[in-house]
Design a protein around this ligand. Structure first.
Ligand SMILES: NC(=O)c1ccc[n+]([C@@H]2O[C@H](COP(=O)([O-])OP(=O)(O)OC[C@H]3O[C@@H](n4cnc5c(N)ncnc54)[C@H](OP(=O)(O)O)[C@@H]3O)[C@@H](O)[C@H]2O)c1
Length: 286
């Protein structure tokens, strides 16, 4: 007997502003195609004051999930029905999944970064992690690494308020020690650092020559240097670290791994990570 054709697609999306150059759709759709899933991923510009309507629209249209990027990761929280424990601790949501009609907020940024570290043979348990930056990416990474057993989290940030607040959040919500370090010019990286993570926008396209103002003589070859910036992945920060003998990890792994976690939440299937990585590499001409 002939099976009835289903023309309705399952919808997923990214809401953000700016969002035009966000490559999440390329990664997700490569995965959907590889598994023959009738899913779509729409990259949609939603201005700050349009988020409430966009979430209502996604509910009404039965989206099975969506991502949030700048400036919506915190603002979306009161519009959702539930938060996962990680999203609650981080205080931001990058992924929403629909379960039994409820919209549940999760944060897969930090988990994606953690997977990328582990894929490179690095376990943060017992390690001291120093982060440059205290924005959304730094929040997710510091909380997830602390939950994964990191011993101490140092936050170096330009604005004291944000940096000190994040260090206090890590201390209060996890078992890790934490401290805020003021970002003075040529700031020294603490000697105790095992993993150094660049979590600012510095080096992000189109300003690809930007390099954080730190004293690079304080980097030691035993440290690992990671960058969250993925466009272009081999940032001047990572180039400088590699020149000094450090193992380096680009932001591509974090991006693909968080996309793979979202894929599993939305489709219930394991993501074809290799296909998704290849699609991203092709997109960036790597
Ligand atoms: N690979 C991935 O999967 C992934 C996922 C998420 C984000 N990201 C990347 O992560 C980066 C940060 O995103 P976000 O969401 O955390 O942004 P955000 O919330 O706006 O935070 C930006 C951070 O960068 C700092 N900063 C910006 N310009 C600086 C400068 N010139 N000097 C010193 N500090 C500076 C800010 O410091 P102040 O507090 O002083 O303003 C803040 O701590 C972006 O490049 C984004 O593309 C990558």
């Amino acid at each position: 007997m002939q099976q009835e054709k289903v023309y309705r697609a399952e919808l997923t999306a990214c809401f953000g502003d700016p969002v035009d150059e966000n490559p999440s759709g390329v990664i997700a759709e490569a995965g959907y195609d590889a598994l023959g899933l009738n899913y779509r991923y729409l990259t949609i510009r939603v201005e700050k004051n349009g988020l409430e309507d966009a979430v209502k629209g996604a509910r009404a249209m039965g989206f099975c999930g969506f991502n949030l990027t700048i400036p919506h990761k915190v603002a979306v929280i009161p519009l959702l029905d539930e938060l996962t424990e990680a999203a609650r601790l981080i205080g931001a949501v990058n992924t929403v999944v629909r379960r039994d009609g409820k919209l549940i907020g999760e944060n897969t940024d930090g988990k994606g970064f953690l997977k990328s570290l582990r894929d490179n043979g690095i376990d943060p348990a017992g390690k001291t992690v120093t982060l440059l930056g205290a924005g959304g990416a730094a929040r997710a990474i510091s909380i997830e690494l602390a939950l994964a057993g990191a011993r101490k989290i140092n936050i170096i940030n330009r604005s004291e308020e944000r940096g000190a607040e994040l260090a206090a959040a890590v201390l209060e919500r996890t078992n890790a020690a934490a401290s805020y370090i003021r970002w003075i010019p040529q700031v020294r990286i603490p000697e105790e650092t095992d993993i150094l993570v660049q979590c600012t926008n510095i080096g992000l396209f189109p300003d690809i020559t930007g390099k954080p103002d730190v004293n690079y003589d304080t980097l030691r070859p035993e440290m690992v240097a990671a960058d969250v910036v993925f466009n272009r992945p081999n940032t001047p920060f990572l180039q400088e670290a590699a020149r000094r003998g450090l193992k380096t990890i680009t932001g591509l792994g974090m991006l693909v791994n968080q996309a793979a976690l979202n894929f599993k939440l939305w489709t219930g299937k394991d993501a074809p990570v290799e296909v998704m990585t290849e699609a991203l590499a092709k997109e960036f001409g790597l």
